[in-house]
Ligand binder design. Structure first.
Ligand SMILES: [Zn+2]
Length: 381
């Protein structure tokens, strides 16, 4: 920060009691520890802003004339941050000597962090990502995701969404665990053959992350329950194994305005996309499949077979897209269809633009009720 002929004035370092006095007199106290460190608590009234975030954020927090005090764990990071702020024109800067450790030791007042000790530890490897941090973890905790099917796609997706701390997961599946499921549906165990899949799934997910609320519906998604089941969710993972369910989900996504994270597998290949009706440029499921295929053209896993790891790959891509949507980060797979070929080990991406003539979301599209969609699929089958 200095050149040879203009040595920098040392950054003032003040004791915690003096920092508190100045804070009460109007100085801004910034806790520059990382989100994960602050989660367990922070000095009362301090703004939490990591060293990495501070350069971009400081202008919105304080004018260069305002007195700014920086605190970290021991005093070293705050000193460096102070030097950085001075270089940006902030002159009334001080670093708190001894940092949060001295603040605690002095018995000065604290404010609670947003995460308890379990969460701080459990999510440490993602709390340290600037794109997630404490704020992102709070978004995940408040999020509600519904999974259609606790089978091949739903199993890996549910495991990782629960592990990541998505606050509420709804599992909707009317099947029971069969031994032939265990080759790929990794939520279930041999001892649970015969149990309802949603109950088996609840046991596994609760054991993995007791902080997640698991809602179970041992029913099939149908015309008369689809909206009641799926209203109020932030995202829905499509792990359905039949076309009638997929067409009902497509319509519900448009009407209830949640993003549908689509995935499908067969034999050695799979595909993924995101249909997000909150975006004007997003296609819907029926832009891809305008009408249900005849049953003979659409064999399911029981008929066509599937490599066991395949739904693992595709289900985790769906979970990845869901997490991005919940966090508002990255570029979602909207308007793109991702194809995976396991034998060639190749991913391909097709552009999937919105279809103006789509019977689901096009200009002339008309919704005449879920019963009509069920009849449409029955007629095709
Ligand atoms: Zn459409």
């Amino acid at each position: 920060m200095s050149t040879a002929d203009t040595p920098a004035t040392p950054i003032p370092q003040i004791e915690v009691v003096e920092a508190r006095r100045r804070q009460l007199a109007g100085a801004l106290l910034i806790d520059v520890r990382d989100d994960g460190e602050r989660a367990a608590g922070s000095p009362d009234g301090a703004i939490g802003m990591s060293c990495a975030q501070l350069p971009q954020a400081i202008a919105a927090l304080a004018s260069p004339e305002r007195e700014v005090l920086l605190i970290c764990l021991s005093g070293w990071r705050s000193l460096r941050a102070a030097q950085d702020l001075r270089a940006r024109g902030y002159q009334r800067i001080a670093s708190v000597a001894g940092g949060y450790g001295h603040w605690l030791a002095a018995g000065l007042p604290l404010q609670a962090g947003g995460l308890d000790v379990d969460a701080q530890d459990r999510y440490a490897r993602q709390l340290c990502l600037p794109e997630i941090g404490g704020a992102g973890q709070a978004r995940l905790a408040a999020a509600r995701v519904a999974l259609i099917g606790a089978g091949g796609l739903g199993a890996p997706a549910a495991l990782y969404l629960a592990a990541a701390g998505v606050g509420t997961l709804a599992l909707i599946d009317d099947d029971r665990v069969e031994r032939s499921n265990l080759q790929r549906q990794v939520l279930h165990t041999d001892a649970r053959v015969g149990l309802p899949k949603v109950e088996s799934a609840r046991m596994t997910l609760a054991a993995l992350n007791p902080g997640v609320q698991i809602v179970t519906h041992a029913v099939r998604v149908q015309a008369d329950n689809v909206e009641a089941l799926l209203d109020g969710y932030d995202a829905v993972i499509d792990g359905a194994d039949n076309f009638p369910t997929r067409y009902l989900l497509a319509a519900a996504s448009l009407r209830l305005q949640w993003p549908l994270v689509y995935g499908a597998v067969e034999r050695f290949s799979g595909q993924v996309s995101v249909f997000d009706p909150r975006r004007a440029d997003s296609p819907c499921y029926r832009c891809l499949f305008p009408e249900p295929p005849a049953a003979a053209d659409a064999p399911n896993c029981a008929e066509a077979g599937v490599l066991g790891v395949l739904p693992g790959v595709i289900g985790l891509l769906q979970a990845t897209e869901a997490l991005k949507l919940l966090l508002g980060i990255g570029k979602p797979l909207v308007g793109r269809l991702l194809l995976f070929d396991a034998l060639a080990m190749r991913f391909r991406e097709l552009l999937l633009p919105r279809d103006a003539a789509c019977p689901g979301c096009g200009a002339a599209a008309h919704f005449s009720g879920y019963e009509d969609l069920a009849r449409l699929c029955a007629a095709a089958g």
